[in-house]
Design a protein around this ligand. Structure first.
Ligand code: SAM
Length: 213
C-alpha cells in the first residue's frame, strides 16, 4: 500500500479536483503561477550542492524554473495528484524525480533535504502544525523551509477563503502573516520571516522563510 492509498476523504477530494484540472492547469492559471513562481524564486537562496523538495509541486513549474537557474541542484517533487505529476513528468526536468505522496506522511527518510519549498498548496493542508512537523523531520539540521501561499490579510483572499470553505470540499483554510509565523514558531522553526505582497491590484500572497535551529 503506498502513501496515497491511505489518504483521507478530504485528500481524495483534492486528488479528484486536480485530476480534472491537470491538463488545463498551466494554461488556466498562468498569470497566477508565473507571479508566485517569480516571488518565490526571489526569496529562495539555493546552493549548487543542495537537495531540494517541492511539496505540492503540481505540474512542476517551480522545479523547472529552479533547474534552469540552478542546474546542479538535485530535486524531488511530491504531490497527491498523479495527473498533475504526469504533466510535470512531460516537462523532463533535469535532476528531478517526482513522487506521489502527501505532506502529512512524506515518503522520505529523516534529514534528507537542505531546502523544502511549497507554492500555493499550504491552504489545502489539514492540521498544518502536523504537516510542518513532518517537514521538519525530513529537513537536515539547519535546513530551510520556504512557503508561498495566499495571504488572508488581504480582503479579496479572506472573502475567497470563506467562499471556498463553504463550497469547495478540497479547500481547507488560508492564513494571515501573524498566524503563519506562529504556526512555524510552534513547530520548532527559527529565523522566521514572513513577507506579504500583492501580485496585482486585488490579490495578495505571502512567502514564509524559516530554518531549523
Ligand atoms: C494550486 S496547486 C499548486 C501547484 C504548484 N505548486 C503551483 O504553484 O503551480 C496545489 C497542489 O497541491 C497538491 N496538494 C494538495 N494537498 C496536498 C497534500 N496534502 N499533500 C501533497 N500535495 C498536496 C495538489 O494536488 C495540487 O497539485
Amino acid at each position: 500500500m503506498n502513501n496515497i492509498d491511505r489518504s483521507s476523504t478530504k485528500e481524495r477530494t483534492v486528488i479528484s479536483e486536480y485530476s480534472k484540472l491537470a491538463p488545463e492547469y498551466d494554461k488556466r492559471w498562468s498569470f497566477y503561477t508565473t507571479a508566485t513562481l517569480r516571488e518565490t524564486l526571489k526569496r529562495l537562496e539555493i546552493k549548487p550542492t543542495d537537495r531540494l523538495l517541492d511539496i505540492g509541486c503540481g505540474t512542476g513549474s517551480l522545479l523547472k524554473a529552479i533547474s534552469t537557474h540552478y542546474p546542479l541542484v538535485r530535486m524531488v517533487g511530491v504531490d497527491l495528484s498523479i495527473e498533475m505529476l504526469k504533466v510535470a513528468g512531460n516537462k523532463q526536468i533535469k535532476r528531478c524525480s517526482l513522487v506521489a505522496g502527501q505532506v502529512q506522511r512524506l515518503p522520505f527518510h529523516s534529514k534528507s533535504f537542505d531546502i523544502i519549498v511549497s507554492c500555493n498548496a499550504f491552504h489545502y493542508w489539514r492540521r498544518p502544525e502536523e504537516c510542518l512537523s513532518e517537514i521538519a523531520r525530513v529537513l537536515k539540521p539547519q535546513g530551510k523551509i520556504v512557503i508561498t501561499d495566499w495571504c488572508d490579510d488581504y480582503i479579496a483572499c479572506k472573502i475567497c477563503d470563506l467562499f471556498l470553505r463553504m463550497f469547495n470540499r478540497a479547500h481547507f483554510k488560508t492564513y494571515g502573516q501573524d498566524t503563519c509565523e506562529r504556526l512555524l514558531q510552534n513547530t520548532g522553526y527559527g529565523n522566521i520571516q514572513v513577507d506579504r505582497y500583492k501580485i496585482n491590484w486585488l490579490w495578495g500572497l505571502m512567502t514564509a522563510n524559516a530554518s531549523l535551529a
